[in-house]
Design a protein around this ligand. Sequence first.
Ligand SMILES: [Zn+2]
Ligand SMILES: [Zn+2]
Length: 102
Amino acid sequence: MYDDEPLYVDCGPHGKRVAAVVCCHILHSGEVVGFIENSADPNDLQAWCEECEEMFLAEEDKTEAFEAFNDRAIVCGVCYKALKSKHSKKSRKRSSYGCIQH
Ligand SMILES: [Zn+2]
Ligand SMILES: [Zn+2]
């Protein structure tokens, strides 16, 4: 079964928009945490950060521990895009440095 109707969220200044899901780290971190998208469906946007991705791969499923770590939050599609550009690490400016070392 499959529900065609997208979920909407009322996002203050953005008004009623398609809802998107991000992890708490993407939402709250002031640092670039990465932005791994799990769905390409514009009516079902989901993303989490690199740490969540590692946790997910280690747990091999959306386990309780993973859900607790992920602590996902609902944002609107506009916020999602803004967070995506904020947290995406695919910056072309850095390519000349080769491997990025911290
Ligand atoms: Zn995360
Ligand atoms: Zn919004």
